[in-house]
Ligand binder design. Structure first.
Ligand SMILES: NC(=O)c1ccc[n+]([C@@H]2O[C@H](COP(=O)([O-])OP(=O)(O)OC[C@H]3O[C@@H](n4cnc5c(N)ncnc54)[C@H](O)[C@@H]3O)[C@@H](O)[C@H]2O)c1
Length: 298
């Protein structure tokens, strides 16, 4: 039997009922982010754009914050009236602060902050040859920009006692050896940042999580591929990226990350915080010993 509101504390049971009812409603309407406001950095293209699309389709209003002004505006126009664009270079704390303030002035609230902007690094493979200037630049975007994003989101979320903060990490932050050191270090730091921030922000009802995607042929990966394999076309580059996966019959796509993002920021994940959701088809879960087959051993 369903018993609602039998708690001795009347206000508690009313609050509980109200909250449960809202969750039930959003699940039934299929619009998991109805009336929510989300700010997504690096949303002019790739994973950020796919996630902005998914969030809007689920009832959210989305602010696209990106360093690419023309592309960012075009993306917002394509996504319709529930999308807006603000120029934002995540290496400038004032830009991030402005983007958060823009969310508040336009929509009076910020429910979701997705720190997604990131760059690859072009350094030689050996630590001996590491250019520390490049190291600092990558860390400033992939880690500094993300920490500043959490700082300013927390500034406006703490007074409301609720909010969801999401970050894009990578499988290269889960295991070593899959990218150049600098990128890998930056993504390890993202996973660590999420755990550290979750420890404080849980006391304010704010959840902090990250997603670690497998390789996806988005703009920055395709640029890397054309540097690595200058003599073949984009189709071939894409195939090389997809063939690196281990899950038969599926490729990792921006929409897979958008689905994971929707889960983590919605009430479906209302008790998930400090988590790194790895979306890699199992790639980082195992290694094969590759012993020879019995009939090959005499
Ligand atoms: N594609 C992959 O294989 C993959 C895998 C794991 C993690 N990631 C991460 O996913 C995130 C999104 O990348 P993507 O694959 O969608 O690539 P993408 O190149 O399509 O998107 C990156 C976006 O970030 C923006 N950006 C770059 N520097 C910025 C800055 N200083 N300020 C604001 N915006 C900036 C770019 O303009 C671009 O729109 C990155 O953090 C990346 O490290 C990607």
């Amino acid at each position: 039997m369903l018993r609602i509101g039998l708690s001795e504390n009347g206000s508690y049971s009313r609050a509980l009922f109200g909250e449960s009812f809202h969750r039930l409603l959003s699940t039934h309407t299929g619009r998991k982010l109805q009336d929510k406001v989300a700010l997504i950095t690096g949303a002019a293209s790739g994973i950020g754009k796919a996630t902005a699309t998914k969030f809007i389709n689920n009832g959210a209003r989305v602010i696209i914050a990106d360093i690419q002004q023309k592309l960012g505006q075009e993306t917002a126009n394509k996504l319709g009236p529930n999308a807006s664009f603000i120029t934002c270079d995540v290496t400038k704390e004032s830009d991030i602060s402005n983007a958060v303030d823009f969310a508040i002035s336009e929509h009076k609230q910020l429910d979701i902050m997705f720190n997604n902007a990131g760059i690859a690094c072009r350094t030689p493979p050996s630590i001996v040859d590491l250019d520390m200037t490049v190291f600092d630049k990558v860390m400033k975007i992939n880690v500094g920009g993300l920490v500043a994003g959490i700082k300013h989101a927390a500034r406006v979320m703490i007074p409301h006692g609720t909010g969801s903060i999401l970050c894009t990490a990578s499988i290269t932050g889960v295991m070593g050896g899959m990218s150049q050191h600098t990128y890998s270090i930056s993504k390890c730091a993202v996973i660590g940042t999420v755990k550290s921030m979750a420890s404080e922000l849980c006391r304010h009802g704010i959840r902090v999580n990250c997603i670690s995607p497998f390789a996806i042929p988005t703009t920055f990966v395709m640029e890397e591929m054309s540097l690595l394999y200058p003599n073949v076309d984009a189709q071939r580059h894409m195939k090389i990226v997809h063939n690196a996966g281990v899950l038969k019959g599926a490729n990792c796509e921006p929409n897979d990350i958008a689905n994971a993002a929707l889960f983590l920021v919605s009430d479906d994940a209302k008790y998930v915080s400090g988590h790194n959701l790895v979306v890699d088809g199992g790639f980082t879960s195992f290694k094969n010993l590759d012993f020879p087959a019995p009939d090959q051993v005499q």
